[in-house]
Design a protein. Structure first.
Length: 428
């Protein structure tokens, strides 16, 4: 079955893809704020406790390639089921270690806890890749950006609602409550994923237009290495823009709290400012997708990174909580403006055959940015000051905006796979 015929077949309803994504995101949102805090309960230092949060990103990096192999061989539906199951296992293991169900001694309990967090990160790689790949072929191309932005909105809603549910559970169960909510939500996502219709696997690309068929698409199961060689121009052009965007998005979670602490604001004030930024971000996801479908990917990507860069660069200039709130709103607007852009571009550039493996390469760039963004702030701050650390990440955002303005073609519609460092000024 061709990609177009698969795209033309509508989903039975949005519940099939968005419900498991929302439930899974709520579970992850409940767990994320508790990871570092729960680590301190094992008696480790604050530095070690803070580092446990990076296990989510490390797990995702490790699992990208295996998840792509599973999706290519078993399909997106089974990959989502397996990934959500692994996430449930990881959350349950972390829950058990925090609750002290199996007291083996602090070093062993903490080791088990870190394994659980790593499993959650690995599960996220498979779940996110599979649902992105699923949407790429289940939704008509004309509505792809809106569908991807809505998927990004589910992640944002989960990140917003999850911490509140986790905090409520902690009021009754203590720190373990956050992991109990996460395990329950991810287990529910397994059940809901069972209801998803499996997509038919594409055959050889005989039905594709000759202008979009690459030599590798004759191969029914290309390797990630061969895909990287075939699409290296895209990965080293727009892919680097994605890396910059992911670095900025990861850094914003540190920039606002760190500068709030620098100003001497209370944790409650810092949380309020960050929450307002998140709320602004949340309401922007659907307008972003609509604009991408109607005006094109370039205007959204460039405006997103420019807005993030301006908002981030203004943070060190703010000397009061009120002005820091203004900067946080700018950051929220910038980030929300690009809701779904990374997933949309990945779907646009991905080949029909080997799509999950290409998306795994795309996610490797995104995950690398997620890990390196906060590291850049830390390194520059250690050498100079926090202000220069924040400005360094803002400068990276401007670099990303420049990359996207150069590599993405203007106008509406999906980006073609042959768009590279020198895109045409008009569409064929």
């Amino acid at each position: 079955m061709s990609d177009q015929s698969r795209s033309a077949k509508p989903l039975a309803n949005a519940f099939q893809i968005y419900a498991p994504s929302l439930i899974y995101a709520i579970g992850l949102g409940a767990i994320m704020p508790a990871i570092a805090g729960a680590s301190t309960g094992f008696g480790v230092s604050l530095a070690v406790a803070a580092s446990t949060v990076t296990l989510i990103g490390i797990g995702s990096l490790i699992a990208n390639a295996p998840a792509a192999q599973l999706a290519s061989r078993a399909g997106e539906r089974l990959t989502m089921i397996v990934s959500a199951g692994v996430g449930t296992l990881g959350a349950t293991l972390a829950w058990a270690m925090v609750a002290g169900w199996f007291p083996l001694g602090v070093p062993y309990d903490f080791a088990g806890y870190t394994v659980g967090i790593l499993l959650i990160g690995m599960a996220g790689a498979g779940f996110n890749l599979a649902r992105q790949s699923y949407l790429a072929v289940a939704v008509p191309v004309s509505h792809r950006a809106r569908a991807m932005s809505l998927l990004g909105g589910m992640i944002r809603i989960g990140s917003f609602v999850g911490p509140f549910l986790g905090a409520g559970a902690q009021a009754f169960l203590g720190m373990q409550g956050a992991f109990a909510v996460g395990a329950a939500c991810m287990g529910t996502a397994v059940i809901i994923s069972l209801l998803i219709q499996e997509l038919a696997e594409p055959t050889t690309p005989t039905h594709l237009e000759s202008t979009t068929t690459s030599p590798l698409e004759i191969i029914t199961n290309p390797t990630m290495t061969s895909l990287a060689k075939e699409h290296w121009r895209v990965l080293l052009s727009s892919g680097l823009g994605v890396l910059c965007l992911s670095a900025m998005r990861a850094s914003r979670t540190a920039v606002i709290p760190l500068w709030a602490e620098h100003l001497g604001l209370s944790p409650a004030q810092a949380s309020l400012i960050y929450g307002v930024s998140g709320a602004i971000d949340l309401i922007m996801f659907y307008p972003s997708g609509l604009l991408m479908d109607r005006k094109g990917r370039r205007v959204v990507a460039v405006c997103c990174l420019t807005g993030l860069a301006i908002g981030t660069a203004s943070v060190p200039l703010m000397g009061t909580s009120g002005w820091l709130m203004v900067a946080a709103v700018l950051i929220g607007l910038g980030n929300g403006f690009g809701a779904g852009i990374v997933m949309t571009l990945g779907a646009d550039y991905s080949p029909t055959v080997g799509r999950p493996k290409f998306l795994a390469l795309w996610r490797l760039l995104s995950d690398t940015g997620t890990l390196t963004g906060p590291l850049l702030i830390s390194v520059v701050t250690a050498i100079s000051t926090l202000a220069f650390g924040v400005w360094a990440i803002a400068a990276l955002g401007l670099v990303g905006a420049g990359i996207f303005s150069r590599t993405l073609p203007p106008g509406p519609g999906p980006v073609t796979r042959d768009a590279g460092l020198h895109p045409p000024t008009t569409r064929n």
